[in-house]
Design a protein around this ligand. Structure first.
Ligand code: PMP
Length: 375
């Protein structure tokens, strides 16, 4: 039977306790949410929702075409100008998702014969970019500077080091300044995904690359999503104008994809302007993360020290993580659950996100529920 093998895979998944299901979220959920990536609590801010609504009224429900045909509105251009200005780079290019932005940046910056050096903890979209690229990829141990130096040292021709700025599972930050130095020693480019750093790290939330003093460097390219701190949807590549011009001409997920929906562009722009006027939101997200970590640790839980807004708690097993998250939900708390195949075997986690708008009472309640339901 066609697709019969799907049933075999489904059985195996069921036996291993790794089945995933979708759970629609009601608009007025009474649950305490520590799983969303709305780090700054901007997704439902009235200026952000109004930015989306106004953009849809002005430009329509969709971008109507690819960016090079009809899909570039004046709103897209304004958003790109403001993102570049905020992050301290020459130019920016927005995409329909962070995933598409990463595929674009990795594939377009790694021509045939080049080398991609990729951190083992990188996000799936960077991994997929490496798989699609016509380059050779060398995966190096997580946050291992020596391994990076060694990998770059053996290659003739163009090379790019690819890394998350903040890793999505454990929330630890890459040693960006040191990585940039190694890249410079070897004449390699540095491409970093700041999905979890933009809006949280750096002066007023200008991101991980900005915090590491790399903003505006001609050998550094930054990608980010508009769907976390900026409470919208979409992705962006930030960097030197010549890199951005190259992406416009060479990146397939830019050229062949319909432009970012105007509502998403309007929401992201409104969120960015709000963050610029309210830079303390970034500091607050980091303070909430530190507070959450301290309270979890005091309660005897094994939490990874956060470098940004992701706080990860070690779970005993994949099964244990699933049960823990389910028990939290039954007690009124939504926590993320990371387990294979999203993460390597043996690394299952309860993943919490520290939002800038969480109150002390909510943090206390979350820690109590997590402690009481621990497997
Ligand atoms: N990079 C990282 C590190 C991410 O966590 C995510 C989102 N899960 C993405 C890229 C993809 O971004 P988007 O959701 O906008 O496609």
């Amino acid at each position: 039977m066609a697709f019969g093998w799907i049933d075999e895979q489904a059985d195996a998944r069921r036996r291993a306790g790794l089945v995933r299901t979708l759970r629609p979220r009601p608009a007025d959920s009474p649950l305490l949410d520590l799983a969303s990536n709305d780090y700054l609590g901007l997704s439902r801010h009235p200026e952000v929702t109004e930015g989306a609504a106004r953009a849809a009224r002005t430009w329509g429900g969709g971008a109507t075409g690819s960016r090079l045909v009809t899909g570039t509105t004046e709103l897209h251009t304004e958003l790109e100008r403001e993102l570049a200005r905020f992050c301290g780079v020459e130019a920016a290019l927005v995409f329909s998702s962070g995933y598409a932005a990463n595929l674009a940046a990795v594939t377009a910056l790694a021509p045939h014969g080049s080398l991609l050096v990729s951190d083992a903890g990188n996000h799936a979209s960077l991994i997929d970019g490496c798989r699609l690229a016509r380059a050779t990829t060398q995966v190096v141990a997580h946050a291992d500077l020596e391994a990076v130096r060694k990998a770059l040292g053996t290659h003739e021709g163009p090379a790019v080091l690819v890394s998350d700025t903040v890793f999505s599972v454990d929330g630890d930050a890459a040693p960006l300044a040191a990585l940039a130095e190694v890249c410079r020693e070897r004449g390699a480019g540095l491409l970093v995904d700041d999905a979890h750093g933009l809006g949280v790290l750096g002066d007023g939330g200008r991101g991980g690359a900005h915090a590491a003093g790399l903003a505006g460097a001609d050998d550094v390219v930054v990608t980010a999503t508009l769907s976390k701190s900026l409470g919208s949807q979409g992705g962006v590549v930030l960097g030197p104008a010549r890199v951005i011009d190259h992406l416009v001409n060479a990146a397939r997920t830019f050229i062949f994809d319909t432009g970012l929906a105007p509502a998403a562009a309007g929401a992201a722009l409104a969120a960015l302007l709000r963050l610029r006027r309210e830079p303390e939101r970034a500091r607050r997200a980091r303070a909430v993360a530190d507070d959450l970590h301290a309270r979890l640790t005091a309660a005897g839980l094994e939490a990874v020290r956060p470098d940004a807004a992701v706080v990860s708690v070690r779970a005993p097993s994949a099964d244990g993580a699933v049960r823990w998250a389910a028990d939290c939900r039954a007690a009124g708390l939504v926590a993320g659950c990371f387990r294979p195949p999203s993460v390597p075997d043996g690394i299952s986690r309860l993943r919490l996100t520290a939002r800038a708008d969480l109150t002390g009472a909510q943090i206390e309640r979350a820690v109590r529920v997590i402690g009481e339901t621990r497997p």
